[in-house]
Design a protein around this ligand. Structure first.
Ligand code: NAP
Length: 260
């Protein structure tokens, strides 16, 4: 029997870690796909395909052409379009699919969260009184806050916000994290931040801003996730490796998991 052919839909730290582990296990012929949003993505240890497939139909074609045995949707929890496409392409081609999607953050005692359903609602939730806003939602949707130019913005993103936001007061920081409670608290204090806007991405890499907000009593406007398509879902790389082993009846699950 030939190697098991796996497609990982990537763009997250979890997808990277999964790729690193799958690459070390024999018997798999895996590849990873990126949307191409990041200008200079760090190289991955698997053959990497960059760019869209052309909707669910395009992805379905690719799955057939490449004779993919298993697709893993390890895209970001806010990459809603791609997750829907993956579910549709899986149904069209009968290609097995599961999602690797980290759990959402939950508020704890001391948090001052205002939960909103989307970015436009986050803009509205800022209110009419000018405030000092830390925009930690990434680059792609930052421009939507041009609808509220009365506020001043500190905008953090991996790639530059280009063109810049059409507001009179904006400061830009480029950083990919991970961040710590100390550095996030210092940033909030230095820029006299009054409110943080973030997506409920979940995970450890960017959670420190929420810890800092809690410690400093700062409001957080939390953009919640849309309901994802109903596909089998795991929340950790360890569970994804176990699911792969289970699907293909790989005996050495323990060695796959070692060091995760
Ligand atoms: P999206 O809105 O769900 O997808 C838009 C289109 O981008 C898709 O229809 C698809 O094009 C293409 N695409 C998305 N992910 C892809 C992948 N892994 N491989 C190949 N094509 C992909 O996605 P998005 O929110 O723009 O996110 C783009 C990428 O950035 C994703 O890979 C995601 O994991 C990563 N990311 C997103 C966020 C976020 O907040 N949205 C944060 C961190 C990382 P076609 O229809 O042509 O196939």
């Amino acid at each position: 029997m030939g190697a098991h052919r796996i497609l990982i839909l990537g763009g997250t730290g979890e997808a990277r870690r999964l790729a690193e582990h799958v690459a070390t296990v024999s018997g798999f012929d895996a590849r990873i796909s990126l949307a191409g949003r990041t200008a200079e993505p760090r190289p991955l240890p698997l053959p990497t395909r960059i760019g869209g497939f052309g909707g669910a139909e395009g992805l379905a074609r690719y799955l057939k052409e490449q004779a993919i045995d298993l697709m893993i949707d390890a895209t970001h929890p806010f990459a809603a379009r791609m997750s829907v496409n993956a579910a549709e392409a899986s149904a069209l081609t009968q290609t097995p699919l599961f999602a690797l999607r980290r759990a959402a953050w939950q508020p704890v005692a001391g948090d001052r969260w205002t939960s909103v359903p989307d970015i436009d609602a986050a803009v509205t939730a800022l209110g009419a009184t000018p405030r000092s806003v830390f925009l930690a939602i990434g680059r792609q949707e930052a421009h939507r806050f041009a609808a509220a130019p009365e506020h001043s913005y500190l905008i953090r993103s991996v790639d530059p916000v280009d063109p810049p936001l059409a507001v009179p007061k904006a400061v830009y920081i480029r950083s990919a994290g991970p961040f710590t409670l100390e550095t996030e608290s210092a940033l909030i204090t230095e820029h006299a931040i009054e409110v943080i806007v973030t997506k409920n991405s979940g995970g450890d890499a960017t959670v420190a801003k929420l810890d800092a907000a809690r410690a400093l009593g700062i409001e957080v406007i939390m953009v919640e996730r849309r309901l994802p398509p109903e596909v089998p879902t795991v929340e950790t790389v360890e569970a994804a490796l176990a699911a792969i082993a289970h699907r293909f009846g790989v005996p050495d699950v323990g060695s796959m998991n070692r060091g995760v």
